[in-house]
Design a protein around this ligand. Sequence first.
Ligand code: BDR
Ligand code: CA
Length: 313
Amino acid sequence: MTPVWLDADPGFDDWLTMLMLAAHPRLHWLGISVVAGNAPLDVTLANALRIRQHYGLRVPVHAGSALPLCGTLETAQRVLGAQGMRSTGAALPEVEAHADSPDAVAALRAALHASAEPVMLLAIGPLTNIARTLQAEPALAARIAELVLMGGSTERGNHTPAAEFNIYADPEAADIVFNAPGLKRRMFGLNLCRQVLLERRHVEQVQAWPGPRAAWLAGHLDAYQRIRSADGQVPMPLYDPVVAAWLWQPERFTFQSARVDVEVHGRFTRGMTVCDFRVSEARPANAEVAMGADGPAVVEQVLQAVQQALQRI
Ligand code: BDR
Ligand code: CA
């Protein structure tokens, strides 16, 4: 069993990722650290707790950073609504639940120390919690098998013309993470996610699944798939679940080593991941960057794993 930790800002695509981790047969899921991102922390935390309760996930949930390291909070509520995820059907019901601890950084540090083996660290939100963990204890990089993140891009952005949302929301944190000594990094950016396209027929597939849990999921999936066009005819990339899909089927992805730097100053380019593939001894790579995927097979993999999660409850 591979020990794994998830840092997330749920978010509908974070939700799919959580279900995929729960269904994976060879993972020991140690915990979730929640971060502000898609919505403010109280909302992303409430979403994590709703998902955990309604889908019977047995994993501790810890409240993390409410603000980026510098500057003001940036959310995706403009696109995703106040809850950070919309539904065209019945929304996932509210729950009365509390985080297992109010200090996700302390919880992550404790988990890294306690694990017998290095931990696979998955990050699918702004990198604030991860940066704070590494700042507090840089030697913990050796306890992380690999940091696998959804964020950045080798090409254009989504939140701004140059920047992807997770990096834009806390560029200083991303800068710390990409420069942390001794940390292995694997980046799934927009260039990859834009090959993994959710189409109308995928939504219809989920709409046919039985039971209330599938129905909540279908309502949110439908709204998510319509982000690019109200009639859903323009396919929508899947972001966070590609990280979990890689855990299931790594052979479906190709990678290239690169030196990734995060723009923290640019007037138009703040939060951009500048990916230099001309690596050399003088300028070594600091990340494996996902470049290619069998997109249709990855989408099928995501839906299959999510369906398995539903069947396990
Ligand atoms: C990323 O931003 C968030 O809105 C998604 O959950 C994903 O992590 C995509 O840019
Ligand atoms: Ca996310």
